[in-house]
Design a protein around this ligand. Structure first.
Ligand code: ZN
Length: 169
């Protein structure tokens, strides 16, 4: 996929709207307060590359509404960077972890369940892109989470999407 094509798809699938700082986080501590201050009042296209780069581990701190709003910014930045010879930058790495947890639990589902089918399709394309550029870096992808994303886009073309090695015939 071309980068421009993917960025265009992200923009179409994820509407931009700002959230108040208190709607950004779910927890009270200095780290979460910093996230609320950085992300509050901004839409995802307004979040700067520097803000994302310095908060590459922050997706799991976001409330479901904020996760849905800022996930596209992280996916776009992860694809845009590509500054590491391994093809993996820290934004890409931690965005993949946020999207493919080892175990699907209620907390995680609470963050991803409200994504639309079009948004889930973008997530699958991002996961596919991450796999293409990273080679063996991530090892065997967590099957449960991958199946979740595939299930969200039933009936759509998902060829080329990361195939869990255990399921290869
Ligand atoms: Zn916290």
């Amino acid at each position: 996929m071309t980068q421009d094509g993917f960025l265009g798809t992200i923009r179409e699938a994820f509407p931009a709207h700002a959230l108040d700082p208190e709607a950004i986080i779910e927890h009270s501590c200095p780290e979460c307060a910093d996230v609320a201050e950085t992300f509050g009042g901004l839409t995802w296209p307004e979040l700067s590359a520097e803000a994302i780069d310095s908060h590459f581990q922050s997706l799991p701190l976001l409330s479901p509404a904020a996760f849905q709003q800022f996930l596209p910014a992280f996916m776009a930045r992860a694809c845009e960077r590509g500054d590491d010879p391994t093809g993996v930058n820290d934004v890409l790495e931690f965005t993949v972890y946020a999207l493919l947890p080892n175990h699907v639990d209620e907390w995680w589902l609470g963050h991803v369940a409200t994504l639309t089918e079009a948004q889930a399709m973008v997530v699958l394309r991002f996961i596919d892109h991450a796999q293409e550029t990273s080679g063996d870096y991530f090892g065997k992808p967590p099957v449960e989470a991958l199946e979740y994303w595939r299930g969200r886009v039933t009936g759509r073309r998902t060829t080329g999407i990361w195939t869990p090695p255990s399921r290869e015939k």
